[in-house]
Design a protein around this ligand. Structure first.
Ligand SMILES: NC(=O)c1ccc[n+]([C@@H]2O[C@H](COP(=O)([O-])OP(=O)(O)OC[C@H]3O[C@@H](n4cnc5c(N)ncnc54)[C@H](OP(=O)(O)O)[C@@H]3O)[C@@H](O)[C@H]2O)c1
Length: 314
């Protein structure tokens, strides 16, 4: 099969398009033919080698987690899907494996893809939507009428976060640069803040939830923006998290939490239902072919995309 492989960590030009052996699914896995893969920051961070101390360097590595794909073969203990099913999901292998014509993942990675959208769009949803749903429902326990500030509202996670927060009937304050103001405002937050003009730490509002997707703040810096009992959530574990957890004791019930996405096909089914009902949309910034994977990573790693970038494979 054709795949984008890396044989060393480094800049986007480490990718090589190669013919390699198609993976064989284990008993609990599903083999899928990948139509498209959404790019997430974890992909380019792993290409740089940021996770090599945890995941090792098992070259040749195939990166990429998000897929929209067709089920080709199922392992003997995998009965949820059948060949021909169109699924979307987040692969659960070390380093993913999505940037190839075929990939494997266990059943919990996938759900049937929504039928009302194109496969490039379906491929863009999984990781960002699972992240947001689990952050807002499980970590923030977001309730109707509460106010959530979303910092990094124009990116992959951010624009989905505005929509899911509104499905939870929360009031959204969205923070991004003026470049993306009209895009972010199209999701109708109650307020837009341009971080290039306004110092977020000096705003007057107090919020129930500060969702720091851009990750450039900390509980310590912005706890004064939280109401009593308010929650600061980020998506990247911080070295000072234990200190911040200790600090919680002195902050009138304010809390700091970190969200690490978990594979869960019930959650994917919920997301698929919202998409089918037209309640959740994804914005595609750029679409690339697999042969242009270096350009795709070059663009994505600037960290200023509007929505998602997608690589089309089959
Ligand atoms: N823990 C998990 O399970 C998990 C899952 C998914 C993602 N993540 C992490 O979440 C982060 C965001 O992911 P993503 O997919 O949304 O990335 P992305 O699509 O690259 O978006 C990043 C966004 O951050 C905004 N931004 C950049 N600098 C900013 C600043 N100073 N203040 C406010 N916003 C700023 C950009 O908006 P402008 O262009 O308007 O500046 C851009 O839209 C990444 O670090 C990723 O690794 C973690």
């Amino acid at each position: 099969m054709k795949a984008a492989v890396i044989r060393k960590f480094g800049t986007p030009d480490v990718f090589e398009i190669d013919d390699i052996e198609t993976p064989t699914p284990k008993n609990n896995q599903v083999l899928v033919r990948v139509y498209a893969s959404g790019i997430n920051p974890i992909d380019w961070k792993q290409r740089k080698g940021n996770h090599r101390f945890i995941l090792g360097s098992p070259f040749p590595i195939i990166l990429g987690y998000d897929v929209c794909a067709e089920v080709v073969q199922t392992g003997s203990n995998a009965s949820k899907f059948k060949p021909g099913d169109i699924v979307f999901g987040v692969l659960d292998n070390k380093y993913g494996g999505a940037l190839a014509e075929y990939a494997v993942g266990t059943e919990k990675c996938f759900a049937l893809a929504p039928r009302n959208i194109r496969f490039e769009h379906a491929a863009a949803f999984p990781m960002v939507s699972l992240t947001v749903l689990q952050a807002l429902r499980d970590k923030a326990k977001l309730k109707p009428g509460q106010t959530i500030l979303i910092n990094g509202a124009s990116g992959g996670v951010g624009h989905i976060a505005i929509q899911i927060a509104k499905l939870f009937e929360a009031k959204v304050i969205a923070v991004a640069s003026n470049r993306n103001q009209s895009f972010v405002e199209s999701f109708e937050p109650v307020r837009f803040i341009d971080y290039t003009k306004t110092d977020l730490l000096k705003i007057k509002e107090k919020v129930d939830v500060f969702f720091d997707i851009a990750g450039n703040y900390s509980f310590l810096k912005c706890k004064h923006l939280l109401k009593n009992g308010g929650i600061y959530i980020n998506t990247l574990p911080r070295p000072k998290i234990l200190f911040h957890k200790l600090l919680q004791i002195f902050t009138k019930g304010k809390k700091v939490k970190t969200l690490l996405m978990k594979h869960n096909n019930n959650d994917l089914e919920q997301i698929s239902m919202w998409i089918a009902q037209g309640k959740l949309k994804v914005e595609i910034d750029e679409i690339f072919n697999l042969s242009n994977i270096s350009a795709a990573h070059d663009y994505a790693q600037t960290g200023h995309n509007k929505g998602k970038n997608v690589v089309v494979i089959n």
